[in-house]
Design a protein around this ligand. Structure first.
Ligand SMILES: Cc1cc2nc3c(=O)[nH]c(=O)nc-3n(C[C@H](O)[C@H](O)[C@H](O)COP(=O)(O)OP(=O)(O)OC[C@H]3O[C@@H](n4cnc5c(N)ncnc54)[C@H](O)[C@@H]3O)c2cc1C
Length: 323
């Protein structure tokens, strides 16, 4: 029984009656993240409009249900026990995009590699570093994700959110307080529904060349065949300057290929943990804890996670705070 006095099948019927987008009961979370890990979510909803997002947020508030917002699940570790609450997937159903001069206005569910290519075709510079990131715009803005020491926040002009009370709000770049892999949106309970990005003008052929270089480098460096969540540990500028990037440190302490259960520190890139087949969240968390302990003992540095763990009660926290 959820916190609400209704059963989940009853809640599902109420959601369907609200015409809120695609809804499901008992949705396997393993199918909703790139690690392919996690038990069932009691309810999964995929809204197709900002109004549906707002209605869903109000619904979960009224029924006192935990709510977890996800995009492509490329930065998330779900628990083997799943989620006793509602997952809102902001994905293909909320992915309209418009380009007007140097400005791109895109919904939260837009897929980043597709967005980067559209910017390239329109001769817009600034998003080249995102072309290999397999998430959504909402997830990228939330995490201030990017590569080559850049973050999407540098191009953000405005962010439209539905706040935890179901009210729509527009936030400026300054209000989002972007910093390395961080934004003020984290932990706010807000859902990113639309973003305006500002770019410079440039030569599509040159932008395309830069993107191809990035994609080739990724293909050479990163594991591609086994499920993973990208970089597990944060790589801050301070860390680079003192001890070096996490992949190098983990390799130095001899943990490339280390394995717990079906989770393995990738032999290809030590900042990736791959699922060899049937890995559990317990395996991954134990491996994260083992890596952190070894690095602390041998190098004297505390690694922090970029990857977020989602508890069965819907709490989202850096995975090292759970491991
Ligand atoms: C192979 C691989 C390579 C990667 N390379 C990079 C890289 O180079 N740089 C980088 O920064 N990241 C990288 N990542 C990690 C990941 O792709 C990014 O963090 C991405 O932006 C997450 O987007 P997502 O849609 O998958 O978000 P999710 O993983 O679904 O969610 C991440 C966080 O954002 C929140 N969230 C998602 N959507 C919304 C929304 N619409 N509104 C509110 N909150 C939301 C979630 O609650 C969660 O806290 C990589 C991952 C993989 C698997």
């Amino acid at each position: 029984m959820p916190y609400s006095s209704c059963t989940y099948p009853e809640l599902l019927q109420r959601l369907i009656a609200l015409d809120i987008g695609a809804c499901r009961h008992d949705a396997p979370l393993a199918e909703l993240n790139s690690w392919a890990i996690g038990g069932p979510a009691d309810l999964l909803v995929e809204p197709g409009s900002v109004e549906q997002v707002a209605t869903l947020v109000q619904f979960v508030r009224q029924h006192n249900l935990p709510l977890v917002v996800i995009g492509q699940g490329t930065n998330l570790l779900f628990d083997d026990a799943g989620l006793r609450g509602v997952v809102m997937k902001v994905g293909d159903n909320l992915s309209r995009l418009q380009i007007d001069g140097n400005r791109i206005t895109a919904e939260g569910g837009v897929w980043i590699p597709g967005l980067a290519r559209k910017a390239m075709q329109a001769g817009l510079v600034g998003l080249e570093h995102t072309v290999g990131i397999p998430g959504t715009l909402g997830g990228l803005v939330m995490m201030n994700g990017g590569s080559h020491r850049k973050g999407i926040g540098e191009n953000v002009k405005w962010v439209w959110v539905v706040d935890r009370d179901g009210q729509q709000e527009v936030l400026s770049r300054e209000a989002c307080q972007f910093s390395y892999r961080h934004s003020a949106l984290q932990g706010s309970g807000s859902v990113v529904v639309k973003v305006e990005l500002e770019c410079e003008s440039g030569d599509p052929a040159q932008i395309r060349r830069e993107m191809l270089v990035d994609l080739r480098a990724r293909r050479g460096k990163f594991p591609r065949k086994l499920p993973n969540c990208g970089s597990v540990f944060l790589s801050t500028a301070e860390m680079h300057a003192t001890v070096g990037p996490p992949g190098k440190i983990i390799e130095e302490v001899g943990l490339k290929g280390a394995r717990i259960g079906q989770a393995e520190v990738s032999p290809q890139h030590a900042n990736f943990i791959v699922n060899l087949g049937g890995a559990t969240s317990t395996d991954v968390l134990a491996l994260i804890a083992h890596v952190r302990k070894t690095v602390r003992e041998k190098i004297g540095f505390d690694l922090c996670c970029e990857v977020r763990y989602v508890s069965p009660a819907g709490e989202i926290l850096p995975a090292d705070r759970k491991a």
